[in-house]
Design a protein around this ligand. Sequence first.
Ligand code: CDT
Length: 303
Amino acid sequence: MPRILTIAAAQLGPITRSETRPQVVERLIGLLQQAKQHGCELAVFPECALTPFFPHWWIEDQAEIDSYCESSLPGPETQSLFEEAARLGIGFCLGYAELVQEGEQTRRFNSAVVVEQDGRIVGHYRKVHLPGHADHRPSNPFQNLEKRFFEPGDLGFPVFEVFGAKTGMLICNDRRWPESYRCLGLQGCELVLLGYNTPRHYPEYPETDRLADFHHQLSLQAGAYQNGMWIVAAAKAGVEEGVEQIGGSMIVAPSGEVVARATTLGDELLIHRCDLDLCRTYKEGVFPARNRRVESYGRLTQT
Ligand code: CDT
């Protein structure tokens, strides 16, 4: 019996600053309903899927920053998403800004959860690689303040047995680092769920702008092939509050082939029947554990 999982990458178009959480949740529910109608068992939403990508703006008022974060999940404004998913019997992966109170200390992470078909949260990840800067750069056309607003994730790269697959999560900039995929792949991960917000313009290194789509796709294809994993990548796309984001949501097979790709910069589902057993060809055949030479890899953790 092949192990087939039908998955949707649920790309989102821009979210405006004036859009309320309930309005955004309605959009997500609409995509979940469509995904279910198309036979999907799982839908993957982007990074920080409940709000516009607020690290693009310099914000001094901490209360305003915190208004973009979730202090509980599900919370009063997201409960309906979890209930509708359970009613439909569809799982989902959701990126969100996480606010945790630990005694006197308030901590904030760029996080994602994976939710089973009965609405239970069964996996939690906090973004490890935070790009950008912590200082205000008024001469840039937009900011990239993840280093100011979030702490680096402290949960490592966990893999969860969910939907019958060994499943991990990555968030945006993580996808550019081979170590992220490797930490998942070495745990036998078969399926990576990934959300992102990627601007086309990199203010500090504009020479990369023309390559933004290429570098995105290159990273996903290499990560999938070299680790024998499926990758389902969902973008927040289009021009959001003046920032052009690349979109380009896609599903990549363990062969490294792109098997589904977004054709718009708006809310859009791309769907594929993912055969989890395809991972074996690459994990066992092309990159067998016996051929690894760990005695030569020491530098990877020493520097
Ligand atoms: N959200 C996120 O991680 N975006 C980054 C932008 C990098 S530009 C400093 C990305 O890797 O796509």
